[in-house]
Design a protein around this ligand. Structure first.
Ligand SMILES: [Zn+2]
Length: 257
């Protein structure tokens, strides 16, 4: 099972649970408190932590959790104070019975990692941190648009039925922007309606699926003429030629949207 533990204003800390052993892992615990409450309430022992990048809202809970549980921490190598098992691109790690591949995805930060498995209890699963969101992608705090472009291209090559667990509930804001660029996309309109209803009931819009992102996310669809033309009009810039330039324009348009 994978469950969201809401944290801060719009973060999700994903908890991976092994029911047989009553053990759990968490992804990007920015805050220890809601994780500790969840573990106590469900009688679970924390055995591991996965980190996607160094931002405090993803890592702030690591030390307090480790004071309570003797768990391992997998993440970017430069986080020596937090990480017990440093990993890099293409490394393979084990979480319970599943093997996860580490995918380096610089852009949002330079250290950003995603974790992919083709068999989490029969599902393909990606923990995408702040790289790929439902309907959007992470802001460029450290990397270039070119780096983010190639990172997203790597994720776009994963199987189409991969479930994507990102860290933030940004979907409705992302869809507002996506619809401004591609108002004719019926699937996008439909999903915007669906997520609006979910959010009214305070339910998460995640996980998403890679196929849905291919069909609705402007950061994977920047080559579409309608999207490119609208982004250029929005920025009052001439049309671009290169794929990476088209991507950069979408990112720029979102930053000022
Ligand atoms: Zn971040």
């Amino acid at each position: 099972m994978i469950h969201p533990i809401p944290a801060f204003h719009d973060n999700y800390i994903w908890i991976l649970i092994n029911n047989n052993s009553a053990e759990a892992w968490v992804v990007d615990p920015g805050d220890a408190k809601p994780v500790l409450s969840y573990l106590t309430e469900h009688n679970l022992k924390l055995t591991g932590i996965l980190l996607t990048h160094h931002h405090h809202d993803h890592t702030g809970g690591v030390l307090p959790l480790r004071q309570q549980y003797d768990c391992i921490v997998i993440g970017p190598a430069h986080l020596q104070k937090l990480v017990t098992h440093p990993v890099e691109d293409k490394d393979v790690i084990r979480v319970f019975d599943a093997q996860l591949e580490v995918i380096a995805t610089p852009g949002h930060t330079l250290d950003h990692l995603c974790y992919f498995t083709n068999n989490w209890q029969g599902n393909k699963v990606l923990f995408s941190g702040d790289t790929l969101f439902r309907g959007g992608c992470g802001r460029l705090f450290e990397g270039t648009a070119e780096q983010m472009h190639s990172s997203l291209q790597k994720l776009a090559k994963l199987p189409h039925d991969t479930l994507i667990y990102c860290t933030h509930e940004y979907t409705l804001a992302n869809y507002e922007f996506a619809l401004a660029l591609e108002p004719s996309n019926a699937l996008l309109q439909k999903n915007n309606k669906k997520v609006t209803e979910l959010r009214q009931k305070d339910q998460p819009s995640l996980p998403t699926k890679l196929q849905l992102e291919q069909d609705t996310n402007p950061f994977l669809r920047f080559e579409q003429d309608e999207i490119h033309a609208n982004a250029c009009a929005h920025l009052q810039q001439p049309l671009a030629k290169l794929s990476s330039e088209k991507f950069a324009l979408i990112r720029k348009a979102k930053d000022i949207f």
